[in-house]
Write a protein that binds this ligand. Structure first.
Ligand SMILES: Cc1ncc(COP(=O)(O)O)c(C=O)c1O
Length: 390
């Protein structure tokens, strides 16, 4: 019998991938399935970005690159941050990684160990809790409230800091709720953190370009007071519809850059060279495709929120960002896992149970509106039929 390390039992997963597998299996059996479960844009990567990747391969960019990324890409990231967030970042603090996920894993490995506590949003992206547990640290959930647009209360977060707290994870706009943390709440959090200079912050801003109703994005990178302990997570996956390219970055505070780079060297050596050149084209090229994609998501958001709110037993807050709606389904009388299963098996609609995003997700479903308006309309028609027959 092989003897696995105990920590392997601590790793969680992303139910979205399991639902996708089951939805694909049903579709292969000939069932009509509408997938509102998957967390990736349904658009293609813009052509000029694909061309840059192709050209990089043709030009012979086939070798290893520096572990932290090619200088051209790290400079492009710094220029983009300066233009969008008005914050000057040293390109040497930027570490290019294969997606956004490694940053959360690395941060949890850097700070987590038995006896340490790491705070994370709940409901939240499931890999936060998984990575925290894997590190041996204790996950401390930060509750998000439907009535405040799935924001947290800074006061509550600050009150839960102990002398074991090492890291706080913040995500805005958020998966799975589409919630946006208000700037006043971030102000309060940062002000309170001044009394806890030993606590680091990981700000996952991967949906930072996907905001609606003309809201500006409030980035934690804008707060000078915590710059020396802030890790900014961002990337290309969502913004440029590049989930399969595996490209992301983090801006690490000076004291952590070497540790992050060393984790890259140990883990993956570097990101695929051609992908990095595609990333340069994405940041320095025309941004029209991003604007069009966000405008399309906005139109779908209006439709899905209106239609969900018209369903019996369903109440849906208006998401301020990302491409998720997170309706409360308690009024249907079903728990979210039962409803998730019945929607897929009986109505052919793939969505994700709120509990896949933590215990505080009970009573909710996550709908991704990375699908056409026609499919969204058809999915809600099917759900309405199923709920009427309950
Ligand atoms: C909040 C959040 N952060 C990070 C990621 C990971 O992105 P990537 O595919 O670039 O690793 C996701 C992907 O769904 C996400 O929802």
């Amino acid at each position: 019998m092989m003897q696995l390390a105990q920590r392997m039992s601590q790793l969680g997963t992303e139910t979205a991938f399991e639902v996708l597998a089951r939805a694909n299996k049903l579709a292969a059996e000939g069932r009509s399935i509408i997938n509102l479960g998957i967390g990736q844009p349904d658009f293609k990567t813009p052509a000029h970005i694909v061309e840059a990747g192709r050209k990089a391969l043709a030009d012979g960019h086939h070798g290893y690159t520096p572990a932290n990324g090619i200088p051209e890409l790290r400079q492009a990231v710094a220029a983009d941050i300066l233009q969008r967030k008005g914050v000057e970042v040293n390109p040497d603090h930027v570490v290019v990684e294969p997606g956004g996920k490694p940053t959360m894993f690395f941060a949890c490995l850097m700070f987590g160990e038995p006896g340490a506590e790491i705070m994370y949003p709940n409901p939240g992206f499931p890999i936060y809790e998984s990575a925290i547990r894997f590190s041996g640290a204790t996950p401390v959930p930060i509750a998000l409230y439907e009535e405040s647009g799935f924001s947290f209360s800074a006061e509550e977060v600050l009150a839960r800091i102990t002398d074991r707290t090492r890291l706080i994870i913040v995500n805005s706009p958020a998966n799975p709720t589409g919630g946006v943390i208000r700037k006043e709440e971030l102000d309060r959090l940062v002000a309170g953190l001044e009394a806890h200079p030993e606590v680091a912050v990981l700000s996952d801003e991967i949906y930072g370009r996907m905001l609606y109703d003309n809201q500006p994005h409030a980035s934690l990178l804008g707060y000078e007071q915590i710059r020396d302990r802030l890790i900014l997570l961002d990337g290309w996956s969502k913004t440029y519809a590049m989930t399969g390219w595996r490209l992301g970055y983090a801006v690490w505070p000076e004291s952590l850059v070497e540790h992050a780079t060393r984790l890259c060297v140990n883990d993956h050596s570097c990101v695929n060279a051609a992908t990095q050149w595609a990333g340069v084209a994405a940041l320095t090229g025309p941004q029209q495709a991003v604007d069009e994609m966000v405008a399309a998501f906005d139109r779908r958001r209006q439709v899905i929120v209106e239609r969900l709110n018209a369903l019996p037993g369903v109440r849906c807050a208006r998401p301020g960002g990302a491409f998720y709606a997170f309706p409360n389904i308690e009024g249907t009388g079903l728990d979210c896992e039962t409803l998730q299963r019945r929607l897929l098996d009986e109505a052919g609609v793939a969505v994700i149970a709120g509990t896949s995003f933590g215990a505080h997700g009970e009573g909710y479903l996550r709908f991704s509106y990375a699908n056409s308006i026609e499919n969204i309309e058809e999915a809600i028609d099917r759900i309405a039929k199923l709920l009427a027959a309950l």
